[in-house]
Design a protein around this ligand. Structure first.
Ligand SMILES: NC(=O)c1ccc[n+]([C@@H]2O[C@H](COP(=O)([O-])OP(=O)(O)OC[C@H]3O[C@@H](n4cnc5c(N)ncnc54)[C@H](O)[C@@H]3O)[C@@H](O)[C@H]2O)c1
Length: 330
């Protein structure tokens, strides 16, 4: 059996953001058409080392794989990441392991890409101002995805850690200013960030809304990425009542896990029928997209193994074509 090992640099060399966005669209379409088998994540506590192992398996079409993410807070003292992650892909015909890839990079890429997919399908075409909340590990790919799908001229980043936001803005200018002809600045308040913004992405660990719904421009498209437990909420509940379209990556994931949707539903601000559907249905043109320039649209993602598997498969296929990575015999 041959196993291809793909590190972050190999993965970067084989897959662009644009290609990842396309793969995520296909993944969510397969999911919404019922052509996937995505069991619940298995979480196993490892008490002796105060750790937890999370196993995220699945099948999408005929592509199979599992992402293993561990959460070991004590790793910090050992000088290694506290959240190591690896993607394991299986050979579709034989079930043998065919590839191991950097799961941290895969998560960043597929999460940026799914938001790029939603923004491509829902935001106003001439969107030029983008507000990004949160400048942690996921932020760079969130930014790259929006720059890839819309002609953004100005990006405003806000983080409660202002120093981190300033450093991030500078680093992103160095990385993207030339390629995308964009100005990226750190701002001092959420109000400054969202004023006149055409697109907003929240990718924070916040437990309370990160901006005020009163400050929004008409026709804004909003992506919620950070909240994945009922206690976490980034988006003000009232925006859901104002929204013309509300799309989710997976209904199952978002409605069971995210405070962004659980709270407005519990408070009666919206009913389940107000949710337009899953993004995969929009990809398949089974549901409607934006109806006017003034419509407020929302996309909420909590992530799914289907994204890891379909993007993982696309990376693996391209890596074979251009011979990237290291192949080991087992
Ligand atoms: N939807 C998905 O598929 C998906 C995938 C990966 C991660 N996530 C989630 O996205 C979130 C961000 O991930 P990360 O790896 O970038 O985290 P991180 O901890 O590296 O960074 C989070 C950033 O948010 C900032 N922040 C916290 N509260 C804020 C607020 N009110 N306003 C502005 N900034 C604020 C923090 O200062 C920090 O810089 C996490 O909750 C993570 O679990 C979601």
């Amino acid at each position: 059996m041959e196993i291809r090992i793909l590190k972050e640099a190999d993965m970067q060399a084989v897959m662009t953001m644009k290609e990842a966005i396309q793969a995520d669209k296909e993944a969510l379409k397969l999911y919404s058409e019922g052509k996937t088998d995505i069991p619940l994540r298995s979480n196993i506590d490892v008490e002796a080392f105060e750790g937890q192992n999370l196993y995220m398996p699945g099948l999408a079409g005929s592509a199979a794989g599992i992402k293993i993410v561990s959460v070991y807070p004590n790793n910090i003292q050992k000088g290694i990441t506290s959240v190591p992650a690896t993607m394991v892909m299986l050979n579709e015909e034989t079930g043998e392991v065919s590839a191991l890839m950097d799961g941290t990079y895969l998560t960043r890429l597929r999460t940026g890409a799914v938001v790029g997919a939603a923004t491509d399908l829902l935001a106003n075409k001439e969107a030029s101002v983008f507000a990004l909340f949160g400048t942690g590990g996921q932020a760079q790919h969130q930014l790259e995805a929006i720059l890839t799908v819309r002609p953004i001229k100005e990006v405003r980043v806000f983080d409660i850690d202002q120093e981190r936001a300033s450093e991030f803005a500078q680093k992103m200018m160095d990385l993207f200013a030339e390629k995308f002809d964009v100005k990226i600045v750190a701002v001092a308040s959420p109000k400054e960030a969202v004023k006149d913004a055409d697109i907003i992405t929240t990718v924070t660990t916040a437990k309370t809304p990160v901006f005020d719904s009163e400050d929004l421009k008409k026709g804004v498209h909003i992506n919620g990425v950070g909240s994945y437990t009922p206690e976490m909420q980034e988006l003000p509940a009232e925006i859901f009542a104002k929204a013309g379209k509300i799309y989710l990556d997976t209904e199952d994931g978002v409605l069971n896990e995210s405070g962004d949707l659980i709270n407005p539903l519990k408070e009666g601000i919206i009913q389940k029928e107000d949710i337009t559907g899953e993004l995969g249905q929009l990809v398949a043109a089974k549901t409607a997209g934006r109806q006017s320039e003034d419509e407020l649209t929302i996309f909420k993602t909590t992530g799914s193994a289907v994204l890891d598997i379909v993007v993982g498969k696309a990376i693996y296929k391209k890596a074979i074509e251009i011979n990237k990575g290291q192949v080991i015999e087992m």
